[in-house]
Design a protein around this ligand. Structure first.
Ligand code: FAD
Ligand code: SIN
Length: 536
């Protein structure tokens, strides 16, 4: 066990964490920035982003008002309009910066202009992309840029466990306690198995999403909602959690595959059409924008057609497209289809919805400040108000860049106001021993995913939500007992964190007595004037 001190602690090395660190390292080169990441630096949701970054780029055709209108429309009445304006208007400058740091985006043939793609819910072509590997390219460029700053240190295989607050100094802290402060976190060094106390003047949580709470997800295994669960345990505010986004088109692989491979929405933007197994279009029954309607609508349409027909998937027809062009734009998707025996030139691509994105998260203000002093949050783990009830495609990477920048400005302006706390005790492992039966953890995780997938999925009802809460409660009691008696492991902590996420989603869904955006319940199929965020 050691104590590590730093000026700024960042949890996570995706687009939010790395872009925040780079900005801040430039502004205050004499301050030490420590990034913890739970596996390797390059593993994140960011790395798998396919479609790209939405930004108003072509002023002849596009403008801020159009991007704002599309975002508000997708968000189904729950977006915070001031935040939408901030992200849309500041976005292009943030994208220019990552281009300066070396991120490449595809250009038109023999031209200097960027090739702009279109995705569901966008009225214009405005998605900058690097083939179907945009996230990989951004992650690469950010890691390369971050490595140039001697005041940034990245600690890999460090698993953040809990934020340190006054609670750890012996004070009683409840959700309504005023002035809760974050002094850093306890983190498990996965290489030595020691739990270190990491103390900082300020902490920025960039731990990404929680797709692993469902059986089928496009998210990698790191996406277990750790930062959101840690904030909730530290008595911070979390909001909007009922809005878990299911992507309409993950690749249906009859052999089973986890995580699910994504077939980017950009394929539909490129001309791919959703069809039944018999080759009939069906989206005209649901929305005038057909295959390019916002994600919540397309996902529900696919789900409803699958249920009606009793099939395991629907299809994306690309056979009419120029295949050379398709392969240039979507080389990874094309190769992946071939690997499972689907030739997009001859066969329709089988697709099925999968959990993809967490619209809610740690409640933050316009500068990324959470309800806990000295704790900021950016990227997918945060809830800024941009996405409302349903995120517009490719707005996530943009939001992360804009908020990382805003937080950097705020942190640089206030860093001298905060000190490193003294007197923080080491992590106590008293009364714990190595778990005898790991199956209790692995089986618990399976049960959790089953509960969430069957009862709190794309279509919900009061009865299903109640069942989910009852079963989650039992699982929670059992897991807490295990936690009290077992030495800490990443598997156990991830199960605990995912249980908290499951509880937050289900509780928020229970509160929302209407159907809006991604939250659809058969008990309240219409909308009410109730438009507030559910804050827990
Ligand atoms: P992440 O990139 O997920 O990074 C989280 C980091 O936190 C990781 O480094 C992780 O290891 C670390 N971490 C987590 N928990 C801990 C812990 N306890 N201790 C230490 N470290 C921890 N969005 C778009 O805008 N456009 C797209 O085209 C797009 N395509 C996507 C395709 C796929 C397949 C997926 C899964 C997502 C896609 N998204 C897209 C969403 C977008 O990629 C993510 O929302 C975004 O990258 C999140 O960035 P982030 O920095 O917040 O988190
Ligand atoms: C995709 O490429 O379809 C994903 C885009 C996103 O999640 O914003």
């Amino acid at each position: 066990m050691s104590k590590i001190e730093t000026d700024i602690l960042v949890l996570g090395s995706g687009i939010a964490g790395l872009s925040f660190a780079i900005k801040t390292a430039r502004q205050i080169p004499d301050r030490k920035i420590l990034i913890l990441t739970k596996t390797i630096e390059g593993e994140s949701n960011t790395r798998y982003a396919q479609g790209g970054v939405a930004a108003v780029w072509n002023p002849d055709k596009d403008n801020f008002e159009k991007h704002i209108a599309d975002t508000l429309d997708a968000g189904d009445g729950l977006c915070k309009e001031d935040i939408v304006r901030i992200v849309v208007e500041e976005g292009p400058q943030r994208v220019r910066e990552i281009i300066e740091w070396g991120a490449r985006f595809d250009k038109e043939k023999d031209q200097d202009a960027y090739n702009l793609a279109r995705e569901g819910g966008h009225s214009e072509h405005r998605i900058l992309h690097y083939k179907d590997l945009t996230g990989w390219e951004i992650q690469r460029a950010l890691m390369q840029e971050a490595a140039l700053y001697p005041n940034i240190q990245v600690l890999e295989h460090y698993f953040a466990l809990d934020f340190i607050t006054q609670h750890h100094l012996g004070r009683m802290v409840i959700r309504v306690t005023p002035g809760i402060e974050c002094y850093g976190c306890y983190a498990l060094n996965k290489q030595t198995n020691a739990i270190d106390t990491i103390l900082s003047r300020v902490t920025v949580c960039c731990t990404g999403g929680a797709g692993q709470v469902y059986k089928a997800t496009t998210n990698p295994v790191i996406a277990t909602g750790d930062g959101v669960a840690m904030t909730y345990r530290a008595k911070g505010r979390v909001e909007n959690m009922e809005f878990m986004q299911f992507h309409p088109t993950s690749l249906y692989n009859p052999a089973g595959e986890s995580p699910s491979f994504l077939v980017s929405e950009a394929v539909r933007g490129h001309g791919g059409i959703l069809k039944t197994a018999e080759g009939e279009e069906f989206m005209h029954h649901y929305d005038a924008r057909l295959s390019l309607a916002p994600r919540d609508i397309v996902t529900r349409a696919i789900d409803s057609e699958m249920k009606k027909r009793g099939t395991d998937c629907m299809y994306l027809d690309c056979r009419h497209l120029d295949m050379k062009d398709f392969m240039e734009h979507f080389p990874t998707i094309y190769d992946k289809c071939l690997k499972i025996g689907v030739d997009p030139a001859k066969d329709m691509i089988p697709v099925v919805p999968a959990c993809h994105y967490m619209c809610g998260g740690i409640m933050v203000d316009a500068m990324g400040r959470s309800s806990i002093n000295r704790l900021y949050a950016a990227g997918e783990c945060s809830s800024t108000g941009l996405h409302g009830a349903n995120r517009l495609a490719s707005n996530s990477l943009l939001e992360a860049l804009v908020f990382a920048h805003r937080i950097s400005d705020d942190v640089c302006a206030h860093i001298q106001d905060w000190d490193v706390k003294t007197g923080v005790p080491d992590w106590s492992a008293e009364g714990t021993t190595d778990p005898q039966e790991l199956v209790l953890i692995t089986q618990g995780l399976k049960e959790l995913k089953e509960i969430m997938s069957y009862y709190v999925g794309i279509v919900r009802s009061n009865l299903r939500l109640k069942r989910a809460l009852d079963r989650l409660h039992l699982l929670y009691e059992e897991t807490e007992e295990l936690y009290r008696t077992s030495t800490v492991s990443p598997q156990l902590m991830e199960l605990r964190n995912l249980l908290t996420i499951a509880y937050l989603i289900t509780r928020s869904a229970t509160h929302r007595r209407e159907s809006r955006g991604l939250h659809f319940t058969t008990d309240y199929p219409g909308q009410m004037e109730f438009r507030e965020y559910s804050v827990l």
